[in-house]
Design a protein around this ligand. Structure first.
Ligand SMILES: [Zn+2]
Length: 515
């Protein structure tokens, strides 16, 4: 079987966006396809082309059980070989071929046109030119000669997103393909001809990256290829779990159970000019150690609380990225001025569902206090109570699943059971009760693109390529064609509730950075 052993998680991600999802049908569709990546000598010689092909393999190999990696000419043989090894390291069970024979749809990097024999087979040409992302469904777009990895990486994600729309067209009613795309990351506008200055190795100073999850992995992928110089402090308390492989683009099968912060050093080994400082801690624990000055912080966290905590530690500048449903977003913030700070856009509005309710609901317990169920769940979460057999029996009965699936979590805290078992797809998989699982699981191309755009904000900021009055928030839906204007201004919280409107915070910020 060529399906990866962390595949349940991909199925869960797909179940959230595909109409009429059923697990067996989903696996059947995937097994009907062999997805190709074709590259030629021009792509293999270009840093941008290599970047696009590398990320395409990192995305395909963790999702499609059958792929083909094809050298269009002898100039691409060595690179294609390297990419096949990468694919096997990501999914040791993958089936890989080396010709277009049997390929159902493919992505092409380089300048060589391709035609598939299979009826209905689509060819997507992807590439980049410095800061401009390129895609065409008709003719090759080529890859630029710069060392800029950002548009090159976004191109791979965009190609993967379009491919997903093709493969699952029947279950994605609004899935129109992007046609010809020229998206400038300088303006985040489609068909914007703005070229920008020639790319040079950016000196990013001391950067802090909060979170080495799926979005952090996308950011690290881009930074590791950016030729940047500087220091990167990686703040992340967790280790890699098997289910993370579904969308962490830097991970290979052997990384499971290693510390994410420590792995960041290995992941950044391509960027010899960047010193990586791992901090195996939460942002709160890290930031409270002393009176830090955070010149620039990249936020790749998955909770509102985490983001507000970063903003409360008063970085001079912060960029943030997220995934939501089929979309992604990136935002950039200074603390003063009229534009929203990071905390402004994550202020609690009373609609955020709390953890105890999510856990109780996922495990089939009553969720409305003071029902004993929800009070018990709250107590178990607060105190880290280990799950005893009788409690697991109740879950098994609530969810109508075999107790054997739950036993690996006996005597472990409930939060482990929820995070790894439910959200990680280890026990209550979508084959049991898909629609009720509440975990938000994005597709790999979503998280990767969010992370690359996040890292791009850093380089655009240090290079002075982002205007101060650039809109704070950019949003894209990866199941629909790119919009003409994805960015919008966002003002500070209108009720004055945010810490950026608090005179004490404003004074400390001003003193810290002499503003
Ligand atoms: Zn604010």
């Amino acid at each position: 079987m060529a399906i990866a052993d962390y595949f349940q998680r991909s199925a869960m991600a797909a179940s959230q966006v595909l109409n009429d999802f059923d697990y067996d049908g989903f696996v059947r569709v995937l097994n009907r396809h062999r997805i190709g990546l074709v590259l030629d000598g021009s792509a293999a010689k270009s840093a941008e082309g290599k970047a696009t092909a590398d990320l395409a393999v990192r995305l395909f190999a963790r999702f499609y059980p059958k792929i083909a990696i094809i050298a269009a000419d002898t100039g691409a043989n060595a690179e294609a070989h390297t990419l096949r090894q990468l694919a096997v390291s990501i999914n040791p069970a993958i089936s890989i071929t080396e010709t277009l024979e049997g390929v159902t749809h493919c992505i092409v990097v380089g300048k060589t046109a391709q035609k598939l024999k299979k009826k209905g087979g689509r060819v997507i040409y992807v590439g980049s030119s410095n800061w401009t992302v390129k895609q065409s469904l008709v003719k090759p777009v080529g890859s630029g000669a710069t060392k800029n990895p950002f548009a090159a990486g976004v191109a791979a994600c965009l190609g993967a997103a379009n491919l997903f729309r093709i493969v699952f067209a029947k279950q994605l009613p609004s899935a129109v393909l992007d046609g010809d795309v020229k998206l400038s990351l300088l303006t985040l506008k489609k068909d914007d001809g703005k070229k920008g200055p020639a790319y040079k190795a950016p000196n990013v100073g001391h950067v802090f990256l909060a979170g080495a999850g799926a979005i952090g992995n996308g950011a690290i992928w881009a930074l590791s290829r950016s030729s940047a110089k500087g220091e990167l402090t990686m703040v992340e308390p967790q280790s890699i779990e098997l289910s993370n492989l579904q969308r962490y683009v830097m991970t290979i099968r052997d990384d499971v159970e290693k510390s994410k912060a420590a792995l960041a050093g290995k992941w950044m080994s391509g960027a010899r000019g960047v010193k990586v400082i791992p901090q195996n801690k939460t942002w709160n624990d890290f930031a409270h150690l002393s009176d830090w000055h955070f010149e620039r912080v990249l936020v790749a966290l998955d909770t509102a609380e985490g983001r507000i905590a970063v903003q409360a530690s008063l970085p001079k500048w912060v960029a943030n990225a997220w995934t939501l449903d089929s979309g992604i977003g990136v935002s950039r913030h200074h603390f003063t001025g009229t534009s929203a700070c990071l905390a402004c856009i994550y202020l609690p509005n009373g609609t955020v569902t709390s953890e105890d309710v999510l856990v109780a609901s996922a495990l089939g317990f009553q969720t409305i206090a003071p029902h004993p169920d929800i009070m018990d769940i709250r107590r178990r979460l607060d105190l880290g109570v280990p799950c005893e057999r009788a409690f697991l029996d109740r879950i098994a009965s609530n969810k109508n699943i075999a107790i054997e699936k739950l036993l690996p979590f006996e005597n472990r805290p409930l939060r482990d059971l929820y995070q790894q078992g439910v959200c990680g797809g280890q026990i209550i998989g979508i084959d049991v009760d898909g629609r009720e699982v509440r975990a938000e699981v994005p597709m790999a191309f979503q998280s990767a693109m969010a992370g690359i755009l996040l890292a791009a904000e850093l380089v655009l900021d240090v290079e002075g390529l982002r205007d101060v009055d650039f809109p704070a928030v950019t949003r894209l839906d990866l199941h629909r064609p790119l919009p003409d204007l994805p960015s919008a201004h966002r003002l500070k919280d209108k009720d004055g509730r945010c810490l950026c409107q608090d005179p004490d915070y404003i004074k400390v910020y001003g003193d810290k950075y002499h503003i």
